[in-house]
Write a protein that binds this ligand. Structure first.
Ligand code: NDP
Length: 307
């Protein structure tokens, strides 16, 4: 039995060391040094090359190194019977809540404009609106934490999910009518959906047309949720007033991308929440042991549903 870490662009030595300390005697390998592929029965991955997962004939489980699994499910070489799991980190949800509260309050109190005024040494007081309605697309582990956080600060919060939910202080909606109810009322619309065939491109012109004029879009889900040209169009037409984007179709955002130069768009480099190494290694170690014992992994994903 061997575990393979496929984490291109990272140095996973520290993670491998932590895993070996937790799992004495475990065979932990670091891609691309796979050794004999037949030995690998557990893969932990983040953005592996497509087609790689199908090359391990004895695979019993694949785990995402983060909360999202779209990069795993997009790999059609992965046999349908292999279970997939992900990291669920309460600290990650709290970090996202902090990022999103920070973005909303900074926008509401116009800090970015004062920064510009300060650069010109110009005393330019502005009125601020008490815009206070936050709509959250996705009320899962992260979205529900974020929704509770805004509600505790006195924001009017509405949220959207597939199934019915009941969260204190949050108006919960489902289905296409629920989506419109949220977009029409929100001053800030936050995307915290998983990327699935049903949600890809959901942040598009027709959704923007249903949003409150001058409202702000925040995408911390996945880059492919957003139709990028539609956002520029909606900003040009004043349908939206601003956007804050943490995730992009292509990361790093290419140097010639129009988002860099748009004053209404805040670009952050996929940093709204970072996976805590300790939490991840504990969950990887537990899943490795579970696979060895023939038990289901922690935090399994429904491969049909896509999250
Ligand atoms: P969960 O799987 O716990 O929650 C997903 C939520 O989205 C659920 O409430 C689900 O509804 C809802 N949902 C899924 N599909 C639809 C749909 N078609 N229509 C309406 N609602 C839908 O995921 P997490 O909260 O853990 O994470 C969400 C996403 O956040 C991740 O997949 C990832 O893309 C992103 N993320 C981004 C990070 C960043 O650094 N920017 C960091 C971590 C995560 P229901 O509850 O009814 O099933």
């Amino acid at each position: 039995m061997a575990m393979l870490l496929i984490l291109p662009g990272r140095n996973p030595t520290n993670i491998a060391d932590l895993l070996e300390a937790r799992l004495p005697g475990a065979d932990v390998r670091i891609w691309p040094e796979t050794g004999t592929r037949e030995d690998i029965d557990f893969v932990v991955t983040w953005n592996h090359p497509e087609g790689e997962l199908g090359t391990f004939p004895n695979l019993k489980g694949v785990m995402s190194f983060g909360a999202g699994v779209d990069h795993i499910l997009a790999d059609r070489s992965l046999p349908a019977a292999v279970p997939v799991s992900r990291v669920v980190d309460p600290v990650l949800a709290e970090d996202l809540r902090e990022y999103l509260v920070g973005v909303v309050i900074a926008h509401r109190r116009r800090f970015h404009e004062y920064r510009e005024s300060q650069r010109r040494m110009s005393w330019e007081p502005h009125r601020y609106t008490r815009a206070s309605r936050v709509g959250i697309l996705g009320l899962g582990r992260i979205g529900s934490t974020v929704a509770r956080g805004f509600a505790a600060l006195g924001f009017q919060v509405s949220g959207w999910s597939t199934g019915d939910k009941s969260l204190p202080g949050v108006s919960c909606h489902t289905g296409p009518e629920g989506l419109i109810a949220i977009t029409a009322g929100a001053d800030y619309l936050i995307c915290l959906l998983p990327l699935t065939p049903a949600t890809e491109g959901i942040l598009n012109y027709s959704l923007f047309a249903s949003m409150k004029r001058g409202s702000c879009l925040i995408n911390a889900g996945r880059g492919a949720h957003l139709a990028e040209a539609d956002l520029l169009d909606a900003l040009d037409k004043g349908m939206l007033g601003a956007a804050c984007l943490d995730v992009f179709r292509e990361e790093p955002l290419p140097p010639d991308h129009p988002f860099w130069k748009r004053p209404e768009i805040i670009v952050t480099p996929h940093v709204s929440a970072l996976t805590a190494t300790e939490t991840v290694t504990a969950q990887i170690a537990e899943n490795y042991e579970r696979i060895a014992e023939g038990l289901p992994m922690l935090h399994p994903v429904d491969r049909i549903r896509g999250y």
